[in-house]
Design a protein around this ligand. Structure first.
Ligand SMILES: Nc1ncnc2c1ncn2[C@@H]1O[C@H](COP(=O)(O)OP(=O)(O)OP(=O)(O)O)[C@@H](O)[C@H]1O
Length: 584
C-alpha cells in the first residue's frame, strides 16, 4: 500500500472519474444481484402462488434491469479507463522529466533497455490496475457482501452451511498472492534484461557484425529469452497449482448447498425459489473470490511496477540549483580550478588530484595526456556534469555552484569525439541548442564548421532528415554538424573533446582555421591526442594519472628536457622524420 500512497499524487487529481466509475459499478452490482431476487419472486410468488397476471410485469422488470445494467457497465468502464489513462499520462511525463534531470552518475550504470521497459511495460502494468483492477477489487467486495447479505436474509442456516468452505478459499488466495507477487517481479526484471539485450545489440550491431559475433549474440539473447520463458513457466505453474484447488473449494460449496438446501426444501423450511436464488448468489461469491487470484495478480503486477517506477522517481538528483542561484545570459568564460580533486565513486581511484589552473576569457587551453589521465574529467566538471570532491571551481570569480545549471549549460558548447545526432532534419540538429536561431545563423555556423558544402549536396539540403544516430553521413560529416551545433549556440566556453579526431588532416586544418575565428572571445578547451591540434593553444596542460605534470605553451613545453610533452612530440614526429628519411 505504501507504493500506492507514494504514487497517489499522480492518480488522485482524477478521483472524480474514479468515484463516478465506482458509483456506476455500485449500480451494476445492484442490478446483478437483482436477478436472483426476481427469480426467487418469480418462482415463489408468481409460479407457485399462481399469480400469472404478474408475468408481463416481471418480464418488463427483467428487461429494464438488463438495459440499465448495460448502460451502467458502459459508463463504468469508460470512466475507469479515463481514470487510468489520465493518471499514467502524468506519470509518464514525470518519469520522462526525471530522466532529463538525473545526474550523469545515474546514467553511468543505468541500462537503456531497462529504463525503456520501466517507461512502457511498468507504466502499462500500473495503468491496468488503476483502470481495471482497482474497480474489480471494489466490485468483488460489494458483490460478495451484497450476495451474502441476501443469503443471510433468506436463510441464515443455509447461508452458514454453504459458506463454510469460504475461509479455505480465502487462505488459498492469500497463499497464492504470497507466491505470485515475487514471481511477477522476477518476470518484469527478466523482461527488462531482455529488452536491454535487444537494445544493446541493435546499438552495437557494427561491432557484432565486424567481429562475426552473430552466433555469440544469439546465444546471449537465448539465455535471456530462456530466463524470461522459465520465469513465466514458473508463474504459470503457481497458477495451475492453485487454481484447480480454488475451483474445487467452490464446487464443494455448491454440492453442500444443493444437499442441505434440497433437504430444507423437502422439509418445507425454505421455498424452492430461495434455493434457486442461492444457486445464483453462491456463484456471485465464488466467481469473484476465484477471480481474486486474477485481481491480486494485477495488483501484484501494479505493486511490482510501481516499485520500479518509484526507484526512478526517487533517485536523488544530487546536482541541482542551490537556492538563490544566479541566472545569467552571458558569462565571460573565466574559468579557474583551485586544488580540485575528483573521484567518480568511493571505490575508485581519484580521477583528478589537486588540479589548479587559470583560463582567462578568450584563451585557449589545450589538454593532452595518456588515455585515462583525466582530460575529459576536467571538462565534465566545467560543464557541471559532475561535482568535484574537494577544491574550488570558479567561473567569472564565483563558485560554479552559484550559477543555475541552465546558465552554465547555456554558456558552454561541447563537441565530443562522437557526437549524437537526432533522427530529425540537419537544420534541427544544428539549431538544437538554440531552436530560435535564424536560417542565416544556421548557415553561418555550418560554413564555419566547413559543413555547408556537403549539406547542400544532400537530397533536401538543410531539410534532409537524418537516420537514427545520424545514419547516412560519414563520421567526419556527422562531426562537422556537431561542431556547427556548438557554434550555433554561441557559447562563452567551448569544449572540443577530441572533436577533430574523426576528420581527415585537410578537413582538420580547415576546421581549426575556422575554429580560430570562432574561438575568438571564447574560452576554449581542446582535448587532443595530436600535438598538431594544440600548436596554437595559449596554454597546454599535460596530464598524467589525474595530475597536471607540465604547463606552458607548445614551445615552452618542447624545451623541457625529458618532459612528458616532449616525449609525446617525439613519438608523434619520429614516424614522420623516419618516413622523410626513407623517402630520400
Ligand atoms: N563516468 C565515469 N565513472 C567512473 N570512472 C570514470 C568515469 N569517467 C572516467 N572515469 C575514470 O576516470 C579516469 C579519468 O578518465 P577521463 O575520461 O577523464 O580520461 P581521459 O584523459 O579523458 O581519457 P581519454 O583520452 O581516453 O578520453 C579514468 O581512470 C577513468 O576510468
Amino acid at each position: 500500500m505504501e507504493i500506492f500512497k507514494k504514487l497517489k499524487h499522480f492518480y488522485w487529481p482524477f478521483k472524480a472519474y474514479f468515484f463516478w466509475s465506482i458509483v456506476l459499478l455500485l449500480a451494476v452490482t445492484g442490478f446483478t444481484v437483482a436477478y436472483p431476487v426476481i427469480l426467487k419472486i418469480t418462482i415463489d410468488s408468481v409460479i407457485l402462488d399462481q399469480n400469472y397476471g404478474w408475468i408481463p410485469y416481471v418480464a418488463g422488470g427483467f428487461f429494464l434491469i438488463t438495459m440499465l445494467k448495460g448502460i451502467a457497465v458502459y459508463f463504468h468502464q469508460y470512466l475507469g479507463d479515463l481514470f487510468g489513462i489520465r493518471a499514467v499520462f502524468e506519470l509518464r511525463n514525470a518519469l520522462y522529466e526525471k530522466l532529463q534531470y538525473l545526474p550523469f552518475r545515474y546514467y553511468d550504470n543505468a541500462r537503456t533497455g531497462d529504463l525503456m521497459s520501466r517507461l512502457t511495460a511498468d507504466v502499462e502494468g500500473f495503468r491496468f490496475f488503476l483502470s481495471f483492477g482497482f474497480a474489480q477489487l471494489i466490485n468483488l467486495f460489494m458483490l460478495v457482501t451484497l450476495s451474502m447479505g441476501i443469503m443471510f436474509y433468506y436463510s441464515p442456516s443455509l447461508a452458514f452451511v454453504t459458506l463454510g468452505a469460504m475461509p479455505f478459499l480465502i487462505v488459498t488466495v492469500y497463499q497464492f498472492d504470497k507466491k505470485v507477487h515475487p514471481a511477477f517481479k522476477d518476470i518484469r526484471r527478466s523482461f527488462a534484461g531482455m529488452t536491454t539485450k535487444v537494445q544493446e545489440n541493435i546499438s552495437g550491431m557494427t561491432t557484432v557484425k565486424s567481429l562475426s559475433k552473430e552466433d555469440f549474440e544469439m546465444g546471449r539473447f537465448g539465455e535471456k529469452n530462456t530466463d524470461y520463458k522459465d520465469k513465466y513457466i514458473y508463474t504459470s505453474n503457481i497458477w495451475s497449482k492453485y487454481f484447480p484447488f480454488m475451483e474445487l473449494i467452490g464446487h464443494i460449496c455448491v454440492v453442500v448447498l444443493l444437499g442441505y438446501g434440497g433437504y430444507l426444501v423437502i422439509n418445507g423450511e425454505i421455498q424452492p425459489g430461495v434455493l434457486v436464488a442461492f444457486f445464483s448468489l453462491i456463484w456471485f461469491i465464488i466467481n469473484p473470490l476465484m477471480n481474486l487470484g486474477f485481481i491480486v495478480n494485477t495488483f501484484s503486477q501494479a505493486k511490482a511496477s510501481g516499485e520500479r517506477l518509484l526507484e526512478v522517481l526517487e533517485e536523488p538528483e544530487d546536482i541541482q540549483d542551490k537556492p538563490g542561484a544566479v541566472e545569467k545570459d552571458r558569462l565571460n568564460g573565466h574559468v579557474s580550478f583551485n586544488n580540485v580533486s575528483h573521484r567518480y565513486s568511493e571505490e575508485e581511484e581519484p580521477a583528478l588530484q589537486n588540479i589548479s589552473f587559470e583560463a582567462a576569457p578568450g584563451k585557449t587551453i589545450g589538454l593532452i595526456g595518456a588515455t585515462g589521465s583525466g582530460k575529459t574529467s576536467i571538462t565534465q566538471l566545467i560543464t557541471r556534469f559532475y561535482e568535484p570532491d574537494s577544491g574550488s571551481l570558479m567561473v567569472d570569480g564565483r563558485s560554479i555552484t552559484d550559477y543555475t545549471l541552465k546558465t552554465i549549460r547555456k554558456n558552454t558548447g561541447v563537441v565530443l569525439q562522437e557526437s549524437f545526432l537526432f533522427s530529425s532534419t540537419v537544420k534541427d540538429n544544428i539549431s538544437y541548442g538554440r531552436p530560435e536561431a535564424s536560417m542565416e545563423r544556421i548557415i553561418d555556423a555550418s560554413k564555419r564548421a566547413d559543413a555547408h558544402d556537403f549539406i547542400m549536396q544532400l537530397p533536401d539540403g538543410y531539410d534532409t532528415v537524418l537516420g537514427e544516430r545520424g545514419g547516412g553521413l560519414s563520421g567526419g560529416q556527422k562531426q562537422r554538424i556537431a561542431i556547427a551545433r556548438a557554434i550555433c549556440v554561441d557559447p562563452s566556453i567551448l569544449i572540443l573533446d577530441d572533436a577533430t579526431s574523426a576528420v581527415d588532416m585537410e578537413t582538420e586544418a580547415k576546421i581549426q582555421a575556422a575554429f580560430r575565428e570562432v574561438m575568438q572571445g571564447r574560452t576554449t578547451f581542446i582535448i587532443a591526442h595530436r600535438i598538431s591540434s594544440l600548436l596554437h593553444a595559449d596554454e597546454i596542460l599535460v596530464l598524467n594519472e589525474g595530475r597536471i605534470v607540465e604547463k606552458g605553451n607548445h614551445y615552452e613545453l618542447l624545451n623541457m628536457e625529458n618532459g612528458h610533452y616532449r616525449r609525446i612530440y617525439e613519438l608523434q614526429y619520429k614516424d614522420k622524420n623516419q618516413f622523410l628519411l626513407e623517402a630520400r
